[in-house]
Design a protein around this ligand. Structure first.
Ligand SMILES: CC(C)(COP(=O)(O)OP(=O)(O)OC[C@H]1O[C@@H](n2cnc3c(N)ncnc32)[C@H](O)[C@@H]1OP(=O)(O)O)[C@@H](O)C(=O)NCCC(=O)NCCS
Length: 147
C-alpha cells in the first residue's frame, strides 16, 4: 500500500496549491473557487481531502452529501464531486486512499451508499471507479437553457 503520502482534510494554508490542483481538474472553476472552498472549510455538506507528499499537494477528492443520486435507494448519499491526482503520481494508490477518506467521511455522516459520475469518454476514470467497487448504474444526457 502507498504510504509516503499523507491524506488529510483541506486546511486554509493549502489554498494556493489547492487552487492549482483544482484548476487542473476543472479549468472553468476559477470564478467559483473562493465560494466553493469557503463551503468546504466551513465543514458542512461538503468536504475535501488532500494528498500531501513531503511539502507538495499531489491530489484531492471533494465529497458531498446529496439528497438523491442515480441508482441509490438511501438518502443522503455520499457523492464524489471531484477526484484528481497529479499525473506524475498516478497509479500508485493515492487515488484509492483519497476515495477511502471520502467514504469514511460519508460513513461518519450516516451514509450507507456512495455515488459518483464521470464523462462518457473518460475511460480511465471509469476503470478506476470500477477498481474501487463502484458499479455503473446509468448513462445520462445533460441539458441547459438560459432564463
Ligand atoms: C482517476 C484518478 C484520480 C485515479 O488516481 P490514481 O492515484 O491513479 O488511482 P490509484 O493508483 O489509487 O488507482 C485506483 C484503482 O484504479 C485503477 N486505475 C487507476 N488508473 C487507471 C487507469 N488509467 N486505467 C485502469 N485502471 C486504473 C488502479 O489499477 C487501482 O485499482 P487496483 O488498486 O485494483 O489496482 C487519476 O487517474 C486522475 O486524476 N485522473 C484525471 C482526473 C479524473 O479523471 N478524475 C476522475 C473524474 S472526476
Amino acid at each position: 500500500m502507498e504510504s509516503t503520502t499523507n491524506i488529510r482534510p483541506l486546511q486554509t494554508q493549502d489554498l494556493p496549491a489547492y487552487f492549482r490542483l483544482r484548476t487542473a481538474l476543472w479549468p472553468d472553476s476559477v470564478a467559483c473557487f473562493e465560494r466553493e472552498v469557503s463551503e468546504i472549510l466551513n465543514r458542512g455538506h461538503l468536504a475535501s481531502f488532500v494528498a500531501q507528499r513531503e511539502e507538495e499537494l499531489v491530489g484531492f477528492v471533494e465529497v458531498s452529501l446529496r439528497a438523491y443520486a442515480e441508482g441509490c435507494d438511501s438518502s443522503p448519499v455520499g457523492y464524489l464531486e471531484g477526484w484528481y491526482v497529479a499525473p506524475a503520481y498516478r497509479g500508485v494508490g493515492i487515488g484509492r486512499r483519497l476515495v477511502e477518506a471520502a467514504e469514511d467521511w460519508a460513513r461518519a455522516k450516516g451514509c450507507t451508499e456512495m455515488a459518483s459520475d464521470t464523462e462518457l469518454n473518460n475511460i480511465q476514470s471509469q476503470q478506476a471507479h470500477i477498481s474501487l467497487d463502484y458499479q455503473e448504474v446509468e448513462r445520462i444526457v445533460c441539458f441547459r437553457k438560459s432564463l
